[in-house]
Design a protein around this ligand. Sequence first.
Ligand code: NAD
Length: 482
Amino acid sequence: MHLPDLPFAPTLCLIGGHWVAAQSNDTLDLTNPSDGSGLAAIARGTSADIDTAVAAAHQARAGVWGKSTAAERGRILMRIGELVKENAETLALLEALDVGKPLTQAKNDVTALARYMEFYGGAADKVHGETIPYLDGYTVYTLREPFGVTGHIVPWNYPMQIIGRSVGAALAMGNACVLKPAEEACLTALAFADLAMQAGLPAGALNVVPGLGAEAGAALAGHADIQHISFTGSVNTGRLVQTAAAQNVIPVTLELGGKSPQLVFADANLDAALPFLVNAGIQNAGQTCSASSRILVERAVYDEVTTRMAAAYADMRAAPAIEDATLGPLISARQKDLVTDFLSKGADLNMAAQGQIATDAAGHYVAPTLFADVPPDHTLAQDEIFGPVQVLIPFDTEDEALQIANSTKYGLVASVWSQNGARQMRLAKKLNAGQVFLNNYGAGGGVELPFGGTGHSGHGREKGFEALFHFSQLKTVAALHG
Ligand code: NAD
């Protein structure tokens, strides 16, 4: 399937308000994960383009953008949100073709992007400092100020949502941004930047440089003239980004994925829980940092949950994104190899059910797979798979469930399914996770809800009002006036 007509050329970068070719004049090829066909060529930006983009961002900070009021920034963000909604069909189609994401899920991502713009647009002029009572003769107050130029390195799995939550919050606080989208999927990043320009975002406030991670990404992370870097992706790359940022002593937000558990107790409402147990693992073919890949079930209801989840898996089809099945392909041959390797490591486990690949298309499909009775220390129960694979683990007591839940190096999201209020409160405090859901999972995306990890899931918080504090710094002013 061909790309829709676009008002920008995908082969270009957006720098200082102009669409320009990468200085190398080189391009990279995007493929459609659903059938392996060529989709578009994108710019292969390198450190030279990152230099220009960072300089353009500083110019924006010194110019109109730097002088804008919070209310003006808020209005621009809300206009971007309106344009995102007006262009929802095109954005969803681009994301479906580029990421291999079923169309309905791509549409949900567009809704989330628009919502981020509304939320951060509305919040831009509601963030302020405070006065602090101090010694007699003093007046002390704080100012919330932007960092300056912020870098944003974004992965391929949820480009629109991740751009919305990090770039949206950074712009709201008056930072100028340099965005490096993923080389596997970057069309909606370019489309978003185009809409932002149409909405009146001043030149240089948002710059987009596509390119390879080791080239454009590394150049951005290690750039001496950025003041903050936000990264979402793998643990290994996160380490490199943090190391690079340390050389320039700038703050880093890292969002690195997880092995998020759902704890199902015998008193849970299983009818309510079942769709969440399955969907939270299978959405976007499991390529979700907050995917729930471990389902811990109290033994009294373990057989029932296993049987019901297995039935859901048996009905699942993986098909091209445009067919809008439960799941599409994985992003790349490399990702398929990684997931297939995990499946082979589970060859001795009890496979409770497997769905079907319902297409002959030459895409990167993996059949959704459910394993039962998985030992908690098995690699399939410990390591992030980033594919449509879930494991079921039985437990006998609340303490055992907690111990298993907290036994991985990650800590992003967890949920508790139980009618027992005291148990919910106890576990919400004790679970290692940045978000805990009680009798739900994910709260429908929750633009308003602070999000981020502990341990190898990363640090810092995006989403919600909290992100505005993470994309700004506090200055204390103490006046001695007698
Ligand atoms: P990755 O970390 O390599 O890529 C993420 C982003 O970082 C991309 O934009 C990439 O170009 C950039 N990047 C790569 N190398 C870089 C470097 N040296 N310096 C700066 N930026 C660099 O992730 P991946 O290879 O696309 O995926 C591999 C694994 O990462 C997946 O299997 C999954 O476990 C994890 N992942 C997690 C998330 C998440 O949302 N937490 C998203 C995507 C991938």
